[in-house]
Ligand binder design. Structure first.
Ligand code: 6PG
Length: 469
C-alpha cells in the first residue's frame, strides 16, 4: 500500500486549512480527528486530492511513510499530552511529532524531554496567520532539535508565507523556543490591537469622526510607516455594513475575550524581570473591559471631566499626532517584546536570532508590518542590541514622535478618556530615559521597615540606617 507523506491530527479550522495547504503543495496527507468531525465526514463525501481521512489512530499511523511525521493541530494543554500518550504505542524511533498549537512553552520543554527519552523527535511549532494563513501561508516558528527541523524544513518552507520570495519560517531554537516566540508574537498582537483600538476611540470621541471617515483614515495610514495587516483589517472592519445597512462594529459588545497567550507573555516577563508594561497593560485592558456591569454602576457614581471635541483648526494636527503616537507606541511595544525574548534566550539557552525572528514576522502572521524590516536590519547589525529605542534607525523618529504621544495622552486624560496602553508606552519612554528616578526613596523605605540595605551614590558597599531614631 502506498503510504502518505505526513499526517495532521485535529480537523478544526486551523488543522483542516493546514492540511489543505500541505496537500496543495503536492504532499499526500492523512488526516484524523478523535471524534468523527463534520470536516472528516465532508472530506469523505467530497474527496480532495492529496487528503486522506482516516478513522482510527492505528490506521492513521500505518498510513504514513517511515520515519513518520504527525502534526498535531489540537487545543493546547492536557489534550496534547493525552494525544501523545495515545500515539506513543504506535510510533517508532525517530518518528516526528509536531505540535502546531499555541502550547505553553514550559509544557513544550517537558514534552521535548519526555519524547527524547522515548527516542521520538518533537517540534513545538508556533503557527501564526489565523485560518487564512494556515491555508495560504502562515509564519512558522519551529522549536526543537535541528535534526527534527531538518526532517520537516522543506514542507514548512513550501507551505509558509513568502516575503519577497523568502519563506517565513526559520529554525528558532531548542525545545520551547518556537512556542515562546509565538507567545511573545501574540503578546505584541495584543498591544498592537489595543493601540489601534485606543486610536479609534480618540478619533471617534475627540474628533467625532464617523465610521467611514475613520476607515478612510486607517486606509491612508496603511499606505505609510504604519502599513500592517492589523491596520488594514481595522479599516475594513470600520466600513463593514450588516444586512440592515448598518455598521456592524457599532453593535459589538465592548468586552474583549482572550485565550491566555497574552497573559502567559506578561507572566513570563514578570518572572524574567522584564518591564513589559505595554503588552501587560493590553492584557489588563481586556480584563477591565469584561467588568461591564461594574462599569455601568461606576459610571453613575464616579465623576470625570466633560469631553470636548477638538476644534476644527486643530483637527488635522491631532489626527497626525494620533498616527505618530500609534507608531511610537508600536516601536516601544516591540522593543519591550524583543527585550523579553533576549532575556528568555539567555535563561533557557536558546541562542535566538532576533533578525531572523523579525524576518519571519514580515508576512503570514497577525503582526506582519512593514516596519519589521527596520527591526530586522537593526538586529542583523547586532544581535545583542540593548534596546530598539536607542538604535540609530529609530532615534530620529522616536525623538520627533514623543511629542505627539505626549500630546494625545494629555488631551485624552484632560477629557477623561482612558488610553492605558498609550500612557504605559509614554511612562516607559520617560522612565527609560530618566537619569534620576524616585527609586532612592523606595530603597530608603525598604531599609526603614525591613533593614534591606541600600547602595549610595558616593560610596561602594551596602548601607543600613536606623531611620526611626
Ligand atoms: C495567530 C493568532 C492566533 C489566535 C490568537 C487569539 O497568530 O494566528 O495569534 O494564535 O488568533 O491566539 O488570541 P486571543 O484569543 O487571546 O485574543
Amino acid at each position: 500500500m502506498l503510504k502518505n507523506d505526513l499526517g495532521v491530527i485535529g480537523m478544526g479550522v486551523m488543522g483542516k486549512n493546514l492540511a489543505h495547504n500541505i496537500a496543495n503543495h503536492g504532499y499526500k496527507v492523512s488526516v484524523f480527528n478523535r471524534s468523527i468531525s463534520s470536516t472528516t465526514k465532508i472530506l469523505v463525501q467530497n474527496p480532495i486530492s492529496g487528503i486522506f481521512p482516516i478513522f482510527s489512530l492505528k490506521e492513521f499511523i500505518c498510513s504514513l511513510k517511515k520515519p513518520r511525521c504527525v502534526i498535531l493541530m489540537i487545543k493546547a494543554g492536557a489534550p496534547v499530552d493525552d494525544l501523545i500518550s495515545l500515539l506513543l504505542p504506535y510510533l517508532e524511533d525517530d518518528d516526528l511529532i509536531i505540535d502546531g498549537g499555541n502550547s505553553f512553552f514550559k509544557d513544550t520543554i517537558s514534552r521535548c524531554n519526555l519524547l527524547k527519552e522515548k527516542k521520538i523527535l518533537f517540534l513545538g511549532t508556533g503557527i501564526s496567520g489565523g485560518e487564512e494563513g494556515a491555508l495560504n501561508g502562515p509564519a512558522i516558528m519551529p522549536g526543537g532539535t535541528k535534526k527534527a527541523y531538518k526532517r520537516i524544513s522543506d514542507v514548512f518552507k513550501n507551505i509558509s508565507a513568502k516575503y519577497n520570495n523568502e519563506a517565513c519560517v526559520q529554525y528558532i531554537g531548542p525545545n520551547g523556543a518556537g512556542h515562546y516566540v509565538k507567545m511573545v508574537h501574540n503578546g505584541i498582537e495584543y498591544s498592537d490591537m489595543e493601540l489601534i483600538a485606543e486610536s479609534y476611540f480618540l478619533l471617534k470621541i475627540l474628533l467625532g469622526m464617523n465610521n467611514k471617515e475613520m476607515s478612510d483614515t486607517f486606509c491612508i495610514w496603511n499606505t505609510g510607516e504604519l502599513s500592517s495587516y492589523l491596520i488594514e483589517i481595522t479599516s475594513q472592519i470600520l466600513r463593514k455594513k450588516n444586512s440592515q445597512g448598518k455598521y456592524e462594529l457599532d453593535f459589538i459588545l465592548d468586552e474583549a475575550s482572550h485565550k491566555g497567550t497574552g497573559m502567559w507573555t506578561a507572566q513570563s516577563a514578570l518572572e524574567l524581570h522584564i518591564p513589559l508594561s505595554v503588552i501587560t497593560e493590553s492584557v489588563f485592558v481586556r480584563y477591565l473591559s469584561s467588568l461591564r456591569s461594574q462599569r455601568f454602576i461606576a459610571a453613575t457614581i464616579l465623576k470625570g471631566p466633560k469631553c470636548k471635541i477638538i476644534d476644527s483648526k486643530n483637527r488635522k494636527d491631532f489626527i497626525e499626532d494620533i498616527r505618530k503616537a500609534l507608531f511610537l507606541g508600536k516601536i516601544i511595544s516591540y522593543a519591550q517584546g524583543f527585550n523579553q525574548m533576549k532575556e528568555a534566550s539567555q535563561k533557557y539557552l536558546w541562542n535566538l536570532n532576533f533578525s531572523n525572528i523579525a524576518k519571519i514576522f514580515r508576512a503570514g502572521c497577525i503582526i506582519r508590518a512593514n516596519f519589521l524590516n527596520d527591526i530586522m536590519s537593526s538586529f542583523s547589525e547586532n544581535n545583542e542590541l540593548i534596546n530598539l529605542l536607542i538604535t540609530p534607525l529609530f532615534q530620529d523618529v522616536i525623538n520627533e514622535y514623543q511629542n505627539s504621544l505626549r500630546r494625545i495622552v494629555t488631551v485624552a486624560m484632560k477629557n477623561g478618556i482612558a488610553v492605558p496602553v498609550f500612557s504605559a508606552a509614554l511612562s516607559y519612554y520617560d522612565s527609560y530615559r530618566a537619569i534620576n528616578s524616585s527609586a532612592n526613596l523606595i530603597q530608603a523605605q525598604r531599609d526603614y521597615f525591613g533593614s534591606h540595605t541600600y547602595k549610595r551614590v558616593d560610596k561602594i558597599g551596602s548601607f543600613h540606617l536606623d531611620w526611626a531614631h
